[in-house]
Design a protein around this ligand. Sequence first.
Ligand code: GTP
Ligand code: MG
Length: 703
Amino acid sequence: MKEYSTKDIRNVVLLGASKSGKTTLAESVLYVGKVVDRKGTVEDKNTVSDYEEIEKLNQRSVYATPVYAEFANAKVNVIDAPGSDDFCGGAFSAFKVCENGILTVNAQQGVEVGTNIFERYASQAKLPLVVAVNQLDAEKADWELVQNSLKESFGSKVITIQFPAAVGAGFNGFVDVLTMKYYHFTDDKGTREDLEIPAQFADEAQILREALMEKAAEFDDTLMEKFFEAGELTEDEIRDGLRLGIAAGECYPVFCVSAKKNIGVKRLLEFTTRVSTVPQCDETAPASLYIYKNSVEKNLGEVSFFKVMSGVVTTGVEYEDTATGNKERFSAIYAVAGQKKESVGSIHAGDFGCVVKLKNGKSGTTLAALGSGLNYGKTYFPAPKYECAIKAKVQQDEQKLGDALKKISSQDPTVIVEYSKELRQTILSGNGEQHINVVKWRLNNEFGVDVELFAPKVPYRETITKVATAQYRHKKQSGGAGQFGEVHLLVCPAEGDLNTKFTIDGKDTVLNVKTQDITELEWGGKLEFYNCVVGGAIDLGFMPAILKGIKEKMNEGPLTGSYARDIRVFVYDGKMHPVDSKEIAFIIAGRNAFKEAFRIAGPKILEPIYNVEVLTPAEYQGAVMSDLQNRRGILGDMGADKGFAILKARVPQAELYRYSTTLSSLTAGSASFTKEFADYQPVPGDVQAKLLAEYAAAETDED
Ligand SMILES: Nc1nc2c(ncn2[C@@H]2O[C@H](COP(=O)(O)OP(=O)(O)OP(=O)(O)O)[C@@H](O)[C@H]2O)c(=O)[nH]1
Ligand SMILES: [Mg+2]
């Protein structure tokens, strides 16, 4: 392969709804770019891009895959991203390395939910877009529907560059109002005749040409002046204007394509090479690269896919991971089209490639010339939307499961695995139930581990609402050395200023604080411990033992075994024995006195509450709201944004398991949501009763 200079490289990510034809378009790009001479299809499971087992099985993309075309002295790198929001991680890793996007729209459907979702992601990532209306050859293709839905969703950003002469089986050409030509296709191989615009389309072409010139002029004052004075712009001037508008995300030019029949793909690439944004990289600077994807492939092992960010990357030179100091040297680097890899000597800034078997070639890694200090940071991924607990079906597989999950999450950074010490569960999070099911499939089929997925436990907390006192005497005098310790204590909620006036045993008492110990608990909230013992009833030296006993109980609250929080404890009296009082006796006495006081101090179970924000088409607003209420959600502010309703609610975590799945089925996949931990609140009485009963039952089971 020829070596390409930065200015001759374009990087494009294909985005759009599921089944709009991105993978087929990638295949066509390879075909018209002459990288392959036979095209595969998604149905035949032989596309270059969907080459992973799980992708063939489901006939859909799961991972983002790079392919390329060499075209008109340029190299166009194309990343085929999955269209399901569950696999949106691929698109986000592409955003880090691509300067341009092509938004595919299925001509049979017009703008779909998925189109909107990925357009939103792209515009948040400030990624310029052009629109490829695909499947125009399909029987149900409907150009008017496409036009209307584009206008409705994206308004005046939309500008027509091409329109088809006919759609459906007869789709074999389109008018291009930028080049003012009629492109006619004589076969399914992309063979093209560039003709004059037929008379019957001349008027429409002229009207659209005017609109195009006006749009292009919008983005540059000089062009605007020229357009007003001369009444027209040249083809190159239109390109100049569009280039600015597209780069600013203010203009979505629309192209006609049949990926299946290779119609319009070459013309789309032509436009891309001439108008789209060139990588902003310096090829004369020291070399550096960013790994945006890694995977394990049969026969190759670990493959790291990268973009050269500066300079020229070659074999035989040592590079450094500036975050860890790890050094790597490449014995071979490859230009990559999905499964196909071609060895090359060097790759210039802006271009894509891959390398195998690095010591540490995980996505998100920067490798740079020694001493350059370059680093491109982490890739942004949206927060996970789906969580579950996971365990191996057979206990012996736990270690294997841990290792496999580590591998899977290193290849897919949107799979997050965490062991919760508190819940004693491994929590697996991802972008949706489908995403998690792919992990399950891989565990089973690639790693031979059968797993069970289930609702994670809820990290409840316990606290008290009233003042209470209790005393406990620990006395053991049978056999060996005796144990003796007695503790009298008072508990109250740790809120407001410190108050030491209480009624104890019917007497108004003011406690006199001698020493204190305030602990900020690692699970949130605090424990305040005050020593108010008078007359040396308990030696100062035993206070740590009493506190230790209390903390043991804070760790495993008396109600449900959850962490306790926000409690104030005053030790105000007790007894010692000259011989038998020792640390262990006061640990036990402290623990039991605390437990007893806790039980009668109006104990409450607290549950974590999340702030949930849902973005849904207005038509589903009612359904989404009543579902949130059924989840004990408390609705908050409402808003609206471009035909979408924004709903906010405070919802208990216990009610949020599989929420993404339900929301998706309530709204035909058109809503999205975010959630964020807010605070802890007491559970309602009925829920508390249920939790207490469950805990009591579990305790008895264990006895
Ligand atoms: N008639 C027709 N069918 C097409 C065209 N492009 C794709 N298809 C079909 O549409 C279906 C989906 O195509 P894919 O290329 O897998 O779509 P995708 O956008 O990659 O889908 P995801 O990977 O799930 O996001 C397949 O059955 C394709 O054969 C086209 O131009 N014309
Ligand atoms: Mg695909």
